[in-house]
Design a protein around this ligand. Structure first.
Ligand SMILES: Cc1ncc(COP(=O)(O)O)c(C=O)c1O
Length: 391
């Protein structure tokens, strides 16, 4: 009989970490994993165009795998060792044309791309200015860099200009980073104005296009390429897959291959993933139907925000992300649960992911949502909010 190992609970999980979990729980912000119920209407996933479940894209991907006679699933190593294969190189070349840029570097995820890019470019005498609502991957990349960093007020170009004026002579190189469509508020940065401002001050602009490609345009900000130091495109959202790319000059690619640790010290994306990402781009390039269906649903959703007198709750947004700010972790969790009972999957976004008081329900719209679902979801939401107010 096997002897049972005696466990010392203190050595299995430290008290200091337990306390952090207890605090999270007290704040009503303890996260847990749950699987997605496919019976519910999806107002939550980032699969904006339904590409994750698109049979034609699967066929295109299969064609790519056959064309390259690929027998391997895994990449077998990092890109700098055995993990660089013909298909990934050809995919990067294809993306150069698709996004009208000079060079493309594929990463395993958008998180990895931002981490690798920002941590490697920021040097000791540099400054990074970032929008205060920037995604965690941007903040983490900045935290790992050697540069000094300050946030500027959300989408506030006057504040950015003031900071550029104040700091322009104090640092060797200044980088500005913002998102095109913001992941939590769904609003847009005025890219044209930021490009002009950065040009005027001679500073380097980085644009995260994770939530804008496929949702507000099919090719993102390709018309600004050449004016931007770097663009980040992700494949896990509109492309329904996984991975990301950093776009920019040839020197940027050379730099990332040499210095971005999240590119260097990780296994390259699998052959299957690359085939899928390529197929999803080919599909989006050839078809505008899903994109147009999504745009029409965004318009319809906005019409029904007004019809249900919910404008005061929603952050003004023309994108696929429509956020209804309710405030309070418990309040948003409750209304999300009520909507679930009504058949709608709308996830609560809690603090500390968003600031306290700005807790919200984030509706993500899709090409495949139908008009009746949109009407019914907003009608239910309005009723639950009225019930809450009358409590
Ligand atoms: C603005 C932004 N950038 C980057 C990422 C990370 O992308 P990925 O999910 O591919 O890691 C996200 C993910 O939500 C995001 O919202």
């Amino acid at each position: 009989m096997k002897k049972k190992l005696s466990q010392n609970p203190k050595l299995i999980f430290p008290d200091s970490l337990k306390q952090k979990l207890t605090l999270r729980s007290k704040e009503g912000a303890l996260r847990s994993l749950r699987t997605t119920n496919p019976q519910l209407t999806d107002f939550s996933s980032n699969d904006y165009l339904g590409f994750s479940n698109n049979g034609l894209i699967s066929d295109f991907a299969q064609d790519k795998l056959q064309a390259y006679s690929s027998q391997l699933h895994g990449a077998t190593g990092s890109r700098l060792l055995t993990g660089n294969y013909d298909m990934i190189e050809d995919f990067e070349s294809y993306l150069k044309n698709y996004y009208k840029t000079e060079a493309v570097t594929v990463f395993n995820s958008g998180y990895d791309a931002n981490l690798g890019l920002l941590s490697s470019v920021g040097q000791r005498l540099d400054l990074i200015l970032f929008d205060e609502l920037s995604h965690a991957s941007i903040r983490d990349g900045i935290a790992l860099s050697k540069a000094k960093a300050y946030k500027f007020q959300h989408n506030n170009l006057e504040d950015l200009e003031q900071k550029l004026t104040r700091f322009k002579d104090q640092f060797e190189t200044i980088y500005v980073i913002t998102e095109h469509v913001f992941s939590m508020d769904g609003d847009y940065a005025d890219v044209e104005a930021i490009v002009k401002l950065c040009e005027r001050f001679g500073v380097y602009l980085i644009l995260d296009e994770a939530h804008s490609v496929g949702t507000i345009s099919r090719k993102g900000c390709d018309h600004f390429d050449g004016k931007l130091f770097a663009r980040i495109i992700t494949f896990g959202k509109s492309f329904g897959s996984h991975g990301a790319a950093v776009l920019g000059a040839n020197e940027l690619k050379q730099y990332l291959i040499n210095f971005a640790k999240s590119f260097i010290y990780t296994t390259a994306p699998s052959v299957g993933t690359t085939a899928r990402n390529w197929a999803a781009h080919l599909y989006l390039e050839a078809n505008s139907t899903d994109f147009e269906a999504l745009r029409s649903n965004v318009e319809y959703f906005q019409k029904h925000i007004k019809a249900n007198q919910l404008s005061g709750f929603f952050i003004e947004s023309q994108s696929a992300i429509q956020s209804c700010v309710i405030g309070g972790n418990e309040n948003v969790k409750l209304i999300s649960k009520q909507l679930k009972v009504n058949g709608f999957d709308v996830r609560p976004i809690l603090s500390p992911t968003v600031p306290k008081g700005k807790e919200r329900l984030r509706f993500c719209l899709h090409s495949y949502n139908i008009k009746e679902e949109i009407e019914a979801a907003l009608h239910s939401l309005a009723n639950h909010l009225i019930e809450k107010e009358n409590e």
